[in-house]
Design a protein around this ligand. Structure first.
Ligand code: FAD
Length: 440
């Protein structure tokens, strides 16, 4: 199969030292062998695919999920666990210009609904997700950035109809969020979770689902009964199918997806458990999840067991050399922002792929020209909530042709293809080069 990054980026190598697999044991799933029939076949067993599967199974549909590797393999099993607003990077101005003020409001409402959706789902199913944090805190990385916090505060209040809290640098210290930051604003929406516990908990709560692992779908072909999805050792024929492969989609699986998203690497470290004394020494003893105001932002949170998770964008390549550079950079940035933890050991490092769309908004809907074919992708590094919500919307659309959930028009607008074909990752090069230089 043809991919945008080096083949190793799609192997087990990037997650060889991930933290999450040490916290939960995934089930062993069979490979797809022989011919199978289903009402709906779903490609990809991450948040998008498994949320769609969960709701479809609730309606009594026969559903088969096929994953190239395993349910926790993709971004859903290796993210930072921020269940938060986001999902797109599109601005209010762009939304209003293209879709009008009502749709802009609907879009912000959808972001909020996505977080509420995961909250409700995990509560109803009783999934233990190691939840913590009341909303999330944006931290100013420079005095200049701090001067924009009031404006950001007002936009958040207007967009999500909530009351955010502004923090001075002194406030942050008293709240246990002291680092190299110059103020902040807390949005009371969102929470931190263990992504693998959420994902595998959802899978365990979908007992009627058939899920195959280690079975890459190589082609999707229209046939009399709907579509045939072919893997190396078998096939599934189904009336309807869902593409839920996001940043791990190959260039040649399905022509409609080719170049329609930009895969971007993100990297994470997790420290050894930090004692309460060492947390106090640094001044970070809050369990609030946080990110900074940089364009290429850092995201971080103290996990319930005292370990500290810290993430940032990854590299433009996936090679041993490029990974070594990113690991060094992320460790250096962590130590710069939390100088009293210079000697804290880094126990885990891993990386993975997120997906961006050209219109900076997720796509969630039917695929034009392929009746019964659906896709959900492009969550811009914020797919814990939005990918889950997209899966639920897709299940509604497949079942009834519509959804009662908040479903803004921009989700229904297929993003244009990126230029440069499978070399499009290099579009990121100027941004990666210039932004750290500008932002310090
Ligand atoms: C390091 C990192 C940190 C992140 N942190 C956060 C965060 O804190 N908060 C947040 O909201 N989001 C975060 N994200 C993004 C978030 O994890 C993703 O947006 C989300 O998990 C996407 O879910 P998905 O189900 O659409 O795709 P994925 O979880 O990527 O799943 C896609 C699946 O498709 C399978 N697949 C691919 N091709 C085929 C094929 N041909 N046949 C069969 N199966 C196939 C893959 O094996 C994979 O399992 C992060 C991502 C990364 C990589």
């Amino acid at each position: 199969m043809t991919y945008v990054y080096e083949p190793d980026a799609y192997s087990q190598k990037p997650i060889a030292t991930s933290y999450w697999p040490t916290t939960v044991v995934p089930p062993t799933l069979p490979k797809l062998n022989g011919q199978h029939q289903a009402d709906v076949a779903i490609i990809g067993a991450g948040f998008t695919g498994l949320n769609a599967a969960y709701h479809l199974c609730q309606t009594g549909a026969k559903v088969i999920v096929i994953d190239a590797q395993s349910p926790a393999f993709g971004a859903s099993g290796r993210n930072g666990g921020f269940c938060c607003l986001g999902g797109g990077k599109i601005s209010n101005a762009a939304l209003i210009k293209s879709y009008g003020a009502d749709q802009q409001r609907l879009y912000r409402q959808a972001e909020h609904s996505a977080v509420a959706y995961v909250h409700d789902l995990t509560a109803v199913l009783g999934i233990d997700i190691d939840r913590h944090s009341n909303g999330e805190t944006l931290l100013a990385h420079s005095p200049r950035a701090a001067r924009h916090l009031t404006q950001i505060h007002d936009e958040i209040a207007a967009d999500y109809n909530v009351t955010p809290t502004l923090h001075t640098r002194d406030d942050l210290a008293s709240l246990g969020m002291r680092g190299h930051f110059f103020g902040g604003v807390t949005t009371p929406i969102g929470f931190g979770l263990n992504p693998q516990k959420y994902l595998l908990g959802l899978l365990a709560n979908t007992p009627d689902l058939t899920c195959f692992a280690n079975s890459p779908v190589q082609a999707i072909t229209p046939v009399a009964q709907g579509y045939q999805l072919t893997t190396p050792q078998g096939s599934v024929t189904a009336a309807k199918f869902v593409i839920a492969t996001n940043g791990y989609t190959s260039e040649d699986m399905f022509p409609w997806m080719t170049s329609r998203f930009l895969p971007v690497q993100s990297s994470v470290i997790v420290t050894e458990p930090i004692s309460p004394e060492r947390q106090k020494q640094q001044g970070w003893f809050s369990d609030q999840m946080a990110y900074d105001t940089r364009f290429l932002l850092h995201y971080f949170r103290r996990l319930p067991n005292g370990r500290f998770l810290f993430g940032m964008r990854g590299g433009l390549q996936y090679t041993p050399a490029s990974e070594a550079v990113i690991k060094t950079t992320i460790t250096r940035n962590f130590r710069r922002l939390f100088p009293n933890w210079r000697d804290i050991r880094i126990d885990h490092y891993w990386s993975g792929l997120v997906a961006m769309n050209r219109n900076l908004a997720p796509y969630v809907g039917e695929i034009a020209g392929y009746p019964g074919g659906y896709a959900g992708f492009g969550y811009h590094g914020n797919g814990v909530a939005m990918g889950s919500y997209a899966g639920a919307i897709l299940a509604d659309l497949i079942t009834t042709g519509s959804t009662a959930r908040t479903y803004p028009k921009v989700f229904q607008h297929p993003p244009k293809r990126y230029p440069l074909g499978r070399h499009r990752r290099w579009l990121l090069a100027p941004i990666y080069r210039i932004m750290p230089w500008i932002e310090g």
